[in-house]
Design a protein around this ligand. Structure first.
Ligand code: FES
Length: 159
């Protein structure tokens, strides 16, 4: 069985040994102790396992770790820089966009990818970018508000 021995995660090159067919989610959580991405449905339906692969949101539950290769993986643990929260993390705190643990990570990861791609998104662009990500607590209005607030923030959280 093929093995992988290296992953690029959160700006670090990490050595490990894992069967290439295992899910990226399993390797992140169980081998690398990066538990921000969650196991929800395991079928690509809820988004709880979302990480960024080369900046694009991906369902790590359906991604064989052997397919990642040299691509850059970002988990929610990697969003803060130099001890400072990502502006969207800060906005979630300020606006109360937090919900149950499984949904918060995906909303922040999908929102961070959107803001990287489109620094000042419209309401409909925000809504579209969140499609397929389930929030069982119904905090969608606060999530949208947090993304709007973060869009107006500079790095480090100031307006
Ligand atoms: Fe991956 Fe639900 S756990 S999409």
């Amino acid at each position: 069985m093929a093995k992988i021995t290296e992953l690029h995660v959160n700006d670090h090159t990490l050595r490990l040994e894992a069967d290439a067919e295992r899910s990226l989610l399993s390797v992140l959580r169980d081998d690398l102790e990066l538990t921000g991405a969650k196991y929800g449905c395991g079928e690509g339906q809820c988004g709880a396992c979302t990480v960024l692969i080369d900046g694009t949101p991906a369902h790590s539950c359906l991604t064989p770790v052997g397919k990642v290769g040299q691509k850059r993986i970002t988990t929610i643990e990697g969003l803060e820089q130099n001890g400072r929260l990502h502006p969207l993390q800060q906005a979630f705190l300020e606006i109360g966009g937090m919900q149950w643990a499984d949904g918060t990570s995906v909303m922040i990861m999908a929102g961070a990818a959107l803001l990287k791609r489109k620094p000042n998104p419209s309401q409909s662009e925000i809504v579209r970018s969140m499609e397929g990500n389930i929030c069982r607590c119904g905090t969608y209005p606060r999530i949208i508000a947090a993304i709007k607030r973060a869009a107006g923030m500079k790095e480090g959280g100031s307006q």
